[in-house]
Every structure is written in structure tokens, then in C-alpha cells.
Design a protein around this ligand. Structure first.
Ligand SMILES: [Fe+2]
Length: 222
């Protein structure tokens, strides 16, 4: 018996359960992209409109395709697996881009409990920054993310290397994400990734990072 009845794949979009709803909405930029220091409006707007919003739209499309595919009893599992891979890929892209853009728009001055926690975790804040920059540069010429994450399981801070949108430590909550895909810097910096990383650090909103850290640490305690 087909599983069509259980997933209501043929119902109107509004009737689909959340996992198949395809109703994710893009988050607006919280800052004026014309006012960042060293990152051009053209670059940031292109990144937000084309890459981020493109992923939101594709994720929505994939969710609806999953519902339709689940209703097809003859669909080969490998075809379903392709959709599930794309669901994971686009979910990672949406989440990490939202963390990326939420981390911009500030004055680059680190503060708050997260700065103290970083210094304690890495020996010093400067050591963390050096490791974060080096991890970012290890992806230059390729693609991926460098992520400061708080791990809900180990209750510790780490910087992670991510080759694509699907990499991430289990139970790691991203607090700060550096996009190292070429679309995030090539328009302004060409292949000079180190200059991009310098500009990115200058625009960080550490209040947002501190807020994420507080939420993750509270979740780990609860
Ligand atoms: Fe991106």
C-alpha cells in the first residue's frame, strides 16, 4: 500500500505537515549592506539574494518534492536518497548563511561572555583568532565554512572546518560562520582570501555571537 494517505502529498500546500511544507521564509539583512567596512554592497547583496535566498527557495521546492516522491510506491530508493541529500545540503546552506549574515553589521570588537569563554577554551582570544583565520585560509581555493561552534554534548567551544554545507560536528551549535565559498569574496577580492577574512573580522557583530553563545550554553544546562 502506498504511503500517500499518510503524508497527504496530494493536499494543498497549506495542508502539508511542517516537514514537507516548503514554507521557509528568507530572513532580511539586519544591516545596511552599503555600510559595511571593506565588503562592497554589490558583493553582500549578490550573496544574500542569489546564494542565500536561492537556497531557501530550493529547500522549499525539495520539501514539496519529497512529499510527492514519498507518495510514489515505485520510486527507486536511490532517487529518494538524492532528494534527501539535497534537503540536507540546502538546510545546511540556509542555516549557515543566516548565521553568517547575523554575524555581520558590527564594529568587530569582541566582548561579552563569549569572548571570555573563547579565551578560556583556546588559551587566549588571540590564539582562537589565529586558529580561526588559519582554518579559513585552509579552505581558500576550495570552498566551505569555518565555524565557531558550542557543542551541546561536550559543552565546549571549538572551531570546525567544513568542506560543504553538510559538514558539522554532531551536537555543534554554530555561533559564528565564515563563508569561504568564492561567491562570498571573489567579486571584491579575487583570489586574495586573506584580505576578505580581514574585512570580515572588521565587521563582526559580537553582540550577536554572544547572544548565540548564551542561548547554546543555557540549552546545554537544561
Ligand atoms: Fe555563501
Amino acid at each position: 500500500m502506498a504511503v500517500m494517505d499518510s503524508v497527504e502529498a496530494q493536499e494543498p500546500r497549506a495542508a502539508r505537515p511542517p516537514a514537507f511544507a516548503g514554507q521557509h521564509q528568507p530572513k532580511p539583512l539586519k544591516f545596511d549592506p552599503a555600510k559595511l567596512d571593506g565588503l562592497s554592497e554589490r558583493l553582500v547583496k549578490s550573496h544574500w539574494e542569489n546564494n542565500y535566498i536561492g537556497s531557501v527557495r530550493t529547500l522549499n521546492m525539495i520539501e514539496t518534492r519529497l512529499a510527492a516522491a514519498l507518495a510514489d510506491p515505485d520510486l527507486p530508493p536511490v532517487v529518494y536518497g538524492g532528494l534527501k541529500r539535497e534537503e540536507l545540503h540546502r538546510t545546511g546552506s540556509v542555516v549557515l548563511h543566516e548565521v553568517y549574515f547575523d554575524g555581520l553589521g558590527g564594529n568587530g570588537q569582541a566582548g561579552g561572555a563569549v569572548r571570555e569563554a573563547i579565551a578560556a577554551a583556546f588559551g587566549s582570544f588571540a590564539t582562537w583568532e589565529a586558529e580561526f583565520r588559519r582554518t579559513g585560509m585552509s579552505l581558500a581555493g576550495g570552498s566551505g565554512w569555518t565555524i565557531l561552534a558550542y557543542n551541546l554534548h561536550t559543552r565546549s567551544l571549538h572551531t570546525h572546518w567544513a568542506w560543504d554545507h553538510m559538514h558539522g560536528a554532531a551536537a555543534g551549535v554554530p555561533l559564528l560562520a565564515l563563508d569561504m565559498y568564492e561567491h562570498s569574496f571573489h567579486m571584491d577580492f579575487g583570489t586574495q582570501a586573506a584580505r576578505y577574512i580581514d574585512a570580515w573580522f572588521k565587521n563582526l557583530d559580537w553582540e550577536a555571537v554572544d547572544r548565540r553563545y548564551g542561548q547554546a550554553a543555557a540549552a546545554a544546562r537544561s
